[in-house]
Ligand binder design. Structure first.
Ligand SMILES: *Cc1c(COP(=O)(O)O)cnc(C)c1O
Length: 393
């Protein structure tokens, strides 16, 4: 699939795989029946939803009965946390981290306003969770612990099984936002104490506007969307059939290609990163934990320059990247994730997230490596801080 744009912003969203698009089309044309209908015309659609449920379940080592389809990753995150709080009405504490996606942090803030006590686990300068702090935060007053599987900005992978165990020991429920992890790294929930896990279609080459929530068997559940009996009575609303079927196919393709793609994409990412560090040895610093992160993600700070300026220059060459989460870009406020890492002011503002996918090629990386150094030199030359640092170094 040749694109005009060199797309290195796959943690914001991904291209729909043509094989995924193809399975959607019948549901946007002749197969428009309502899966809840008694007549065959509608009812026949239901088996496609069931197949998609199986495909998504298979990707994360779950049982199909543990998967409910939602409208997005955000809905899944919100649903899991609210359900947990309803299940544990006497417990008033929520424990999460400083590096979660706004879908969790926004909910946490709202809960604080509603009188819940929320504690945010800090991270160290590599973005790793301070487990000692977390252990102290989870108490017999904690209703739910929510820790993401992998971070969307720096790619760090978190020890979710370990955290799930801590939650369990304290009688709290455990939720993980695995939107960035699913399809990129192996996930097997069969032997884990994970109670809720959020997924989203558009981060793994499915369409936007469809997500899923894993709810472990035997975990009490309280719906967020209330109405009809769809999704085992756990999520009302007529199913987004085309997108659900597409999500299923995207999950199937991810399962098939993961082993190979993981290695190929990581190699490409590493070549990009090393190429940048080699060309800009005094300026570029990698953020996060290079030893334990997603294969496709690299977050790099360029000292003394503004991330937004870099993005605009890259954009002129048709290169799409990001200066943080898509939800915070557009403002010049540095991302809450990089803030949580406590990285110095001189590198904080010049951070770029490069996130790759199955569609990136060696040529993409060569083109970036060809253009980026001049952009940085140019910006640095006009930076009010630039000259001082050159004189100093
Ligand atoms: C994209 C993303 C979400 C939100 O998913 P949507 O389907 O866009 O609502 C949640 N968490 C993480 C980590 C994400 O990257």
């Amino acid at each position: 699939m040749k694109q005009d744009v060199i797309y290195l912003d796959n943690n914001a969203t991904t291209a729909v795989d043509p094989r995924v698009r193809d399975v959607m089309l019948p549901f946007l044309t002749e197969l428009y029946g309502n899966p809840s209908s008694i007549h065959t015309f509608g009812g026949q659609v239901k088996k496609y939803i069931d197949r998609a449920r199986g495909q998504v379940a298979h990707l994360i080592g779950a049982d199909p009965s543990e998967i409910i389809f939602t409208s997005c990753g955000t809905e899944s995150d919100n649903t899991a946390i609210l359900s947990a709080l309803e299940s544990k009405p006497r417990r008033r504490k929520v424990v999460t981290t400083r590096v979660e996606h706004p879908a969790v942090l926004g909910m946490a803030k709202t809960l604080q306003q509603r009188g819940y006590h929320v504690e945010y686990c800090p991270v160290n300068k590599h973005g790793q969770l301070c487990m000692d702090a977390l252990v102290k935060m989870v108490t017999d007053d904690t209703a739910v612990v929510s820790v993401m599987w992998a971070n969307n900005e720096i790619g760090n992978i978190y020890p979710v099984f370990e955290v799930a165990e801590i939650a369990r020991q304290n009688g709290a429920l455990f939720h993980t936002d695995a939107v960035q992890a699913v399809g990129k790294i192996p996930i097997n929930l069969a032997k884990a104490n994970v109670d809720f896990l959020s997924l989203s279609g558009h981060k793994l080459h499915g369409p936007k506007g469809v997500g899923a929530l894993y709810v472990r068997k035997d975990v009490p559940f309280h719906p967020f969307m209330i109405g009809g009996h769809q999704e085992f009575g756990k999520r009302a609303g007529t199913e987004n059939v085309a997108s659900i079927v597409a999500f299923g196919r995207a999950a199937e393709l991810a399962a098939e290609t993961m082993a190979e793609e993981r290695t190929r994409v990581a190699r490409l990412r590493d070549r990009m990163e090393q190429g940048i560090l080699k060309r800009l040895p005094q300026q570029a610093v990698v953020n996060g934990n290079p030893q334990n992160r997603l294969p496709n993600t690299s977050n790099i700070s360029f000292k003394y320059v503004e991330g937004e300026s870099i993005l605009l220059h890259l954009n002129r060459f048709g290169i799409a990247a990001s200066s943080g989460s898509a939800c915070t870009s557009g403002s010049l406020e540095p991302s809450h994730v990089l803030r949580a890492l406590g990285i110095p002011e001189i590198t904080l503002h010049g951070s770029i997230r490069f996130s790759l996918s199955r569609y990136n090629t060696e040529e993409d990386i060569d083109f970036l490596l060809d253009k980026l150094p001049d952009i940085i030199h140019e910006l640095r030359a006009i930076s009010p801080y630039g000259r001082g640092e050159i004189a100093a170094s």
